[in-house]
Design a binder for this molecule. Structure first.
Ligand SMILES: NC(=O)C1=CN([C@@H]2O[C@H](COP(=O)(O)OP(=O)(O)OC[C@H]3O[C@@H](n4cnc5c(N)ncnc54)[C@H](OP(=O)(O)O)[C@@H]3O)[C@@H](O)[C@H]2O)C=CC1
Ligand SMILES: Nc1nc2c(c(=O)[nH]1)N=C([C@H](O)[C@@H](O)CO)CN2
Length: 233
């Protein structure tokens, strides 16, 4: 890699996104992440070699502000990874659907439409959408989540057609990657039993999938199933 190439990861101040950001920094990329609020711990332990941009995708203005910032600073991206996501059930139905539509679909859509001027014209770029295994199978307990992730996968296919050959566009569709702190032992055992491999793999498997897509010049318009054989049970 000649001069440092820039990768933007949305919603990457924690968990999977932050892990992948840190690995990509270690690989030599310049990494920018977005989040809605800075973390208090960053006062004492700032994120090393990761630039943080505040961005809230719950409104169109919030999305546009990020686009305007990137354009104003003439940031030229090697890759854009749409990781930001809300995992909400359907209890607050209309609000949940609206919020997840904004973060899973509206933000990637508007950012991707703007990417003609956001990507480095001298290198083949990558856009990677992080979806979910349930986008294709549905989820009785997360209807709006599943539907908006399915919409994200549709966006990915359309942008793959629109942006080729300059930018490759793909999806990674994980099943369980990492539990949340509050997940009970009973929940965890039931979740692990849903896949053939029965493990909580951790975020490295998402990083490996991102590296595969970044490094492979002949993959676009696809969806990588990263699900431990969840489709087999
Ligand atoms: N964890 C898992 O097992 C699985 C994860 N996935 C997918 O992988 C990705 C990463 O998962 P994980 O790390 O667990 O995700 P988290 O839920 O821990 O983090 C997602 C991030 O998205 C950001 N975000 C949420 N809403 C908005 C918004 N309106 N505007 C801007 N940012 C927002 C949050 O940023 P903020 O810091 O501002 O709060 C949050 O840090 C997600 O797309 C998820 O759907 C798929 C299957 C399984
Ligand atoms: N934005 C998020 N999406 C998802 C999460 C999460 O923590 N944040 N977690 C899951 C679960 O791991 C599920 O796959 C199994 O319990 C799904 N999506």
């Amino acid at each position: 890699m000649n001069e440092q190439q820039t990768i933007l990861i949305t919603g990457a101040a924690q968990r999977v996104g932050l892990y992948c950001a840190q690995r990509l920094v270690a690989d030599g990329f310049r990494v920018i992440i977005t989040c809605r609020q800075s973390r208090a711990q960053w006062q004492d332990e700032p994120l090393e070699n990761i630039e943080v941009l505040l961005a809230d995708f719950s409104t169109e203005d919030g999305i546009q502000q990020l686009i305007d910032t990137l354009a104003r600073r003439q940031i030229r991206l090697r890759a854009l990874i749409h990781n930001a996501s809300e995992w909400m059930n359907d209890d607050n139905a209309a609000d949940a659907f609206q919020q997840m539509f904004m973060v899973h679909m509206q933000a990637p859509y508007l950012l991707n439409l703007a990417c003609a001027e956001l990507f480095d014209p001298d290198v083949t770029g990558d856009i990677i959408h992080i979806s979910d295994h349930v986008a294709q199978r549905g989820s009785a307990k997360h209807i709006a989540y599943s539907a908006t992730k399915a919409g994200l996968e549709g966006l990915s296919r359309s942008f793959a057609a629109r942006l080729a050959p300059r930018i490759k566009v793909n999806t990674i569709a994980p099943a369980l990657i990492m539990f949340n702190e509050g997940d009970s032992p009973d929940y965890r055992s039931k979740a692990l039993a849903k896949s053939a491999l029965g493990i909580e793999p951790g975020p490295d498997v998402v990083y490996q999938s991102i590296r595969y897509l970044l490094d492979n010049p002949y993959v676009t318009g696809t969806c990588l199933d990263l699900n431990g054989g969840r489709n087999l049970k």
